[in-house]
Structure formats: C-alpha cells, structure tokens
Design a protein around this ligand. Structure first.
Ligand code: ADP
Ligand code: ZN
Ligand code: ZN
Length: 770
C-alpha cells in the first residue's frame, strides 16, 4: 500500500505531495491524518510527514517502484488530523495560495516536534530521532488501604512511623487524593518521607496530566437571565435550523447591549444538550474578561480559553483537553478555529466586523471564510454577531446568502447614549485652538465632579503625529520605512510605528538647516498631559501600545479603571472593544477625522464602526451616558449616520460607493507586493509581472482590465525593503483563473521571470492597502 504525504519543513518551491510505501504491519494501522516519520533525501534524514491519502497502486505520474521508500514509523496512536482537517488544509492552500505546510501549520498542535540528530556509530553516520511532547505530569497520592487496615499492617510488619509519616496518613485519610507537591507544602514534609511510605506500600502514586489553564481575572456571580421576546425569537429561529442539511450562516445584527452574549450562551447550551461542542470567537481575549467570566460562570470547567498569548505548554494542554472531550466550549481568537474538536455543532463569531479576523500572517486567511467553509462541509451552525456588521457581510445577508437576525433594542431598556457633534472648524473660528473643544472640556469637568468616569478616545498614540520643520515643511521620516516618525515626549524621541526604530529629534532641519523644528498633530500622550496640567486633581490612566506592551499591563489598567481608581481613561482603538465599565457616563472622541482620511476603501466603514463601538462604552450601568464627537467633517455620511445609530442608512450610502468603484463585496481583489533592497530592481520586477500578465491575456484574447499598477505602495519602504504593488480585480477573469495565472507566473515560472532576491507577497482581499 502507498500513502501520499505532506512533508514538514519543505520549502515553498517543493510544495507538493510525496508518495511512500508502507510495510505490511503498518497497513492495518495507518489512517488518514496520521503523523509519520520518513527517510528523506540522500542521507535518509528522518522528517515528519502527514498522511493525506492511501492507495493500492502507483500511477503514471508517480516515481518508480524501485525508487520509492518505506516510511519509518507511525508517530501517534490516534491520527493528529481528521479527514475534515485534511480537506480544509487543501482548501486553504488553494484559496489563500499558500503551501501545504503553511496550511497544515494552522492545525499542528504546539508542543509536538520531531527532532532528528546525526550520530556516529561504528564509523557510520546514522540518524536518530525522537518525538518531543510537551506534557507535564503531576503525582497524586492516596492511601493504599483504609485506615484500619493500615493500622493492622503497620502492627503486623512492625513498621516504625515517624510523626510526619503519621501526619501524611491522617491527611490522606481525610482527603482522597492529593497532589504530592501540595501535600509537601501543607504538611511541611519532604519527598523522602513520602517515598518511604510508598516503599512500604501504604500509599500509592498516580501520574496524571496537568493542564495549565489560564485563569480569568474577573469573576461574575451567575445571574440567571430570562431572555426577552426579541432574544427568544432569535434563539428559536437558530434552533429550528440547527439540524437542517443545508443551512445558511446567520448574521445577528444587534445594537450594543442588546443581549447578544445571552443569545450566544443559550445557543451554546442548546448545542451541548445535543451532545455537540461549541466555539465562541472573539477579537481579542484580553478585552473580553467579562464575557469569559460570564460563560465560565454558566458552564463551569468545560469552558476553555485559547489565544496567542498562552505559552506553548498552555496551548498544548487546551489542545489535549479538547481532544479528550474535557473542554466542550472554547472561547478563543481566530486560531482557535483549528483546534481538534470532536463534534463541533456551533461556531459563533462575535464582533464579526473586526479586522483581527483577517490573519496578517501566512496563510492570510479570513476567519469568516474558513468558518463558512467548515459550516458548509461539516454541517455546523454558524452565527456571526455585531452591532456594526461589515458592509460586505451585510450585503450578503441582504441578498439571501446569510439569514439576517436583528436585535434592535437594548436588553436592559436603557437608551443608547446621545452623540453630540462638535464642529472643530467652528471651534477654531471662535478662537479655540486647543484639541479639546469647550463643550468636551466642560463635560469632562462635570462628569468627574459628579463622581463619574470619562473615556477619551484618540486613534493615535504618542505625543504628536509628526516632527516637522516650520521653515521648509520637511517632515522627519524613518530611515528604513519612509513613514513619518511620531514624537514621543516621554522618551523625547521620534518613533517609527512600523518597524519600532527610534531616534533623537534633530535640533536642526536636515533639509534647510533651520532650528525651527516643531511637533504637529496630537496623540494620546499629549491629551493626557493637557488634562494633568489643567486639572491636577483628576486621576488619569492611558491605554495604548506604549503603556500596554508588557504582558498583563492592559488587564491591570482596565482593572484599575474598573475599580474606579482613575477618573479619566485616555486611549486608542483598544478602548472601542467590548468593555463594560459601570461608571462611565462620558465618552469623548477627540478626532473622527484620522480614521476618515485613512488611505483605504474601508475607511468610512471603519469610522462608522469605531464611533458606534466607542460610543457604546458610555452609559452601560445605571446612569445615562453621553458622547461628544469632535470632527472637521460634520457633513460626512459616515459621521451623520453614526450619530443617529442608523446602520441601515449608512449601509445604503456605502454600498452605492462600493458598487460604483467595484470594491468588496462586488469584486475580489488580489494584491501583490513586490519587495527588495534595490529600488529599480523592485520596480522592474513589478513591471515585468504586469507585462507577463498582459502577454498571457492577449494571447488568450482576454480584455486587459481590472489591473492596477505597478504603483509604489503608500509606505514605499519598510525595513529597508522597497515596495511596489499591483492590484488585480476579478472583473474579466474569475478568482480561479486569476489564481492559476498567479501560480503560473509567480511560482512555476518565478526563476525565468523574476530576479532571485525579489519577494512577492500575494494576498486576496487584504486587510490594508498601505
Ligand atoms: P451585547 O452582547 O449585545 O452587547 P449583552 O449580552 O452583554 O449585550 O447584554 C447587555 C446587558 O444586558 C448585560 O448586562 C446583560 O446582563 C443584560 N441583559 C441581556 N439580556 C437580558 C434580558 N433578557 N433581561 C435583562 N437583562 C439582560
Ligand atoms: Zn527645513
Ligand atoms: Zn521604520
């Protein structure tokens, strides 16, 4: 029998399946998805591989019978991957144009690794290998017999037990099974003392797996909530379709605080009752402690949490517990989708519009697309929830691809906070040049004096946006990235937000030698300084990348603010997500314009989302909330509709633009970024690419259309590598045709067309175009 394998650690250029032979005793054991070790190359070095197909004979395209090698061994008892996993790996490879191994790595559990070593043996070089599994065991101690029997044995055998040993026996008599290290701690006994009891056969040791679970920081009392009419209707509709063969994904459009989380939990319970597991995806774990606490409080220790912040060991343990069936409900970030669920019945994607659902690492997959595929192939119920769905997904719901469900009212019947617009142009005309308008400043003072809390939101960290020569207008840029440096007053340095490079601010302009150098624009740090100077009694906290780069810092600040140890919290993006602060009555959005002017076709959508989400942080408790929004673009439709919480009108205006310009969801967009160390070579290669595309299309009499570029990327240099881009829309060719063309040009013919130090990055419907 023969097997086709995906090999671990293969280069991009050897991205294919390899065929090996099995010995007869392996034939019975091998299953699709098994991990095996195989001899590879001339030295027959052992490497890891995964079985994706079994067959009885070789085909004409295969290597010859005489050359085919036998595998070494099957590495695990149970296959690591399921049939479904393999199918998904194939799909991901094709959809996102990555290698087999890139796709497989999504599923590859942390903590497993095959290590091969060369050793010399009798003058001959041979390979040895071992499989490393990162599993921690704990010893549990218990009595071998009941106390009376132990007494009898001790008498009969004339054992002389010391007082510590007697303590241990008494303690274990009261507690059935105790982990040995805890026992040593509690009773102050040594390992030696325990061991002598084991040797006397009075107590026994059992090794058990230890699962390193991360703990939630918040604990919430279980409050059993009975769902309101709207929620019941939503839940019922989803339950009804739960076992239909052909079901559509659900898009749950529910305003902030409409009780979506309660709906999710009801569905999870239903799924559990059907014997099925569930997964609840969230954008960022650190930002959802309350949600985790609620789910854990309701479902107990069958709830697991999975995200990139866990250690390898912790990840490994969650993986094992899911595989064992101990974890039935998983809350996680996008990568949790690839955990080894036994029988998954429900996938929930909360805040489905969030950009973190697009992977920025290879494979650059869309979590929603992958979930949709899984839902379809494995008949899993998929629910995507948001107060501000992505325009593309809302369009799909509008056109029957998804079932649209709505929750239009807040569950606790509190009104949405009112959003007040401040026209910053008028503010300047009135002579106020400060970044904080009179209206907002008055509100901050009123809020803090009343013993309430305020959040000030600004989309940029640091002190000021840029360092500029006031004489000639020269902007100081990062040497490596061609991006203006952001001034950070605390460090008194300019920092590149792309590559992290920092440098001193020059005292003299490198262009005109003027010493009149100043800072323009503003960042979170400057706002904090303003408040601290003018209102020294106000206690402030700041959340941005600068204050939260270390593990646990973000949680600590949120915790402090939650315990009302500060009056004003100033922060970036992070503040828009999920938080539930009881005492916040004021939210100030310092500038809506930074998002609006961002060079991306999604900037209006993101502005709408951000305003709605940030505003949703106000007035979540008993007190009424208020929002002040500062902007120079009071008439922009994204701002007008956000102020009225009118998602549908926003959608109508936005979708019209998308249609007119052929953006998502009307077209798919491929983006190719060419990068390299030499400006002209990069440019030439991008040009060669376009010429090749033209040539191929003309040869097939296809109209050359929907191809943009080559252009310099708006950040034309990152880390000393120049960047040029080409964008291809699926206007004349469909996605499949474009992909096979890209594969042909950029992989098969790479050596003939391109210079070898050129890197080509291909992404479908990318997150950003900068
Ligand atoms: P969302 O996830 O849509 O923002 P949540 O589920 O967090 O909304 O609910 C917002 C608040 O309303 C929470 O404090 C929650 O306990 C409360 N809530 C939700 N459903 C109900 C209900 N049926 N009756 C009373 N309170 C509810
Ligand atoms: Zn100058
Ligand atoms: Zn840089």
């Amino acid at each position: 029998m023969y097997i086709d394998l995906i090999l671990r650690n293969m280069s991009r250029f050897a991205d294919m399946l390899f065929t090996y032979r099995l010995s007869s005793d392996q034939e019975d054991k091998i299953k699709i998805g098994h991990r095996v070790s195989i001899p590879f190359g001339r030295s027959n070095k052992p490497i890891e591989a995964f079985v994706v197909a079994k067959r009885d004979s070789l085909g004409p395209g295969d290597i010859g019978e005489d050359k085919i090698k036998e595998i070494f061994e099957i590495l695990d008892v149970e296959p690591m991957l399921s049939q479904e996993n393999i199918r998904l790996i194939m799909w991901i490879r094709n959809r996102y144009m990555c290698t087999y191994m890139d796709a497989l790595n999504l599923f590859y559990p942390k903590g497993y690794r095959l290590e091969a070593k060369k050793i010399e043996k009798d003058g001959q070089v041979v390979w040895t290998y071992k499989d490393k599994k990162n599993e921690k065991k704990l010893s549990y101690l218990s009595l071998r017999y009941d106390l009376d029997t132990i007494d009898r044995i001790v008498g009969e055998k004339r054992y002389r037990l010391g007082p510590k040993q007697v303590d241990i026996i008494k303690f274990l008599g009261l507690n059935k099974s105790v982990e040995s290290r805890s026992l040593m701690e509690i009773l102050g006994v040594s390992n030696q003392t325990i061991k002598s009891l084991v040797d006397k056969d009075l107590i026994e040791v059992k090794e058990e797996n230890y699962y390193r679970r991360s703990e939630a920081r918040f604990r919430s009392p279980v409050k059993k909530i009975s769902l309101n009419k709207d929620q019941v209707q939503v839940v019922d509709q989803i339950k009804e379709g739960f076992f239909l063969d052909e079901k559509k994904p659900y898009l749950l459009h529910g305003v902030t605080g409409s009780g979506k989380t309660e709906v999710y939990m009801e569905l999870i319970e239903y799924s559990l009752n059907q014997g099925l597991d569930s997964i609840l995806l969230v954008p960022e774990i650190a930002l959802t402690p309350q949600m985790i606490a609620r789910v854990k409080a309701r479902f107990g220790d069958i709830v697991g949490v999975f995200h990139s912040g866990l250690s390898e060991g912790q990840k490994h343990d969650v993986y094992r517990e899911i595989k064992n069936g101990n974890i039935r409900v998983t809350i996680g970030t996008r990568s949790a989708l690839f955990l080894p669920f036994r029988s998954l019945g429900l996938i929930i994607i909360d805040e489905e519009h969030d950009m973190s659902y697009h992977s920025e690492m290879t494979p650059k997959y869309s979590t929603i697309e992958v979930a949709r595929y899984m839902s379809l192939r494995q008949n899993i119920c998929l629910v995507m929830g948001s107060a501000t769905p992505s325009v593309a997904d809302y369009y799909r719901a509008d056109h029957g691809e998804y079932s649209l469900l709505e929750l239009n009212n807040r569950a606790n019947e509190r009104a949405m906070p009112q959003i007040e617009i401040v026209d910053m142009k008028a503010e300047i005309n009135r002579g106020n040049r400060s970044e904080i308008s009179r209206v907002l400043e008055d509100e901050i003072v009123r809020t803090v004096n009343a013993g309430n809390q305020a959040i000030l939101f600004l989309n940029r960290r640091g002190y000021a946006s840029s360092v500029t020569c006031r004489e000639c207008g020269h902007v100081i840029k990062c040497k490596r990235c061609d991006i203006s440096l952001t001034y950070h007053k605390f460090k008194n340095k300019g920092l590149c937000h792309y590559c992290g490079h920092e440098e001193d601010i020059p005292s003299m302009c490198p262009e005109c030698s003027s010493t009149n150098i100043g800072v323009l624009g503003l960042g979170t740090e400057k706002i904090e300084e303003y408040i601290n100077k003018k209102y020294p009694s106000f206690r402030t906290l700041r959340i941005d990348k600068d204050t939260t780069s270390k593990k646990g810092q973000l949680e600590a600040i949120l915790d402090d603010f939650n315990r009302q140890e500060a009056d004003v919290l100033i922060g970036t993006q992070i503040l828009s997500k999920g938080h539930d602060f009881e005492n916040v009555t004021l939210v100030g959005i310092i500038s809506a314009d930074m998002m609006l002017n961002y060079p991306d076709f999604r900037s209006f959508e993101q502005t709408y989302q951000l305003i709605t989400q940030v505003a949703g942080r106000a007035g979540r408790g008993q007190k009424r909330g208020h929002v002040v929004l500062q902007t120079y673009n009071v008439d922009h439709f994204a701002i007008r509709h956000a102020v009225n919480y009118d998602y549908k009108s926003f959608y109508k205006d936005e979708i019209r633009l998308r249609r007119a310009f052929g953006y998502e969801p009307f077209n798919n967009m491929f983006r190719l970024v060419f990068s390299g160390n030499n400006y002209n070579i990069v440019k030439n290669n991008a040009t060669k690419f376009i010429e090749t595309v033209r040539y191929l299309l003309e040869a097939r009499s296809i109209e050359v259309k929907g191809i943009l570029g080559p252009n310099e990327c708006s950040i034309n240099k990152i880390n000393d590598r120049y960047r040029w881009q080409v964008i291809i829309k699926d206007e004349v060719m469909d996605v499949k045709e474009i992909k096979s063309m890209l594969r042909y040009i950029c992989i098969s013919k790479f050596d003939q067309i391109f210079d070898k130090d050129i890197n080509i990055n291909i992404e479908i419907n990318p997150n950003s175009f900068i």
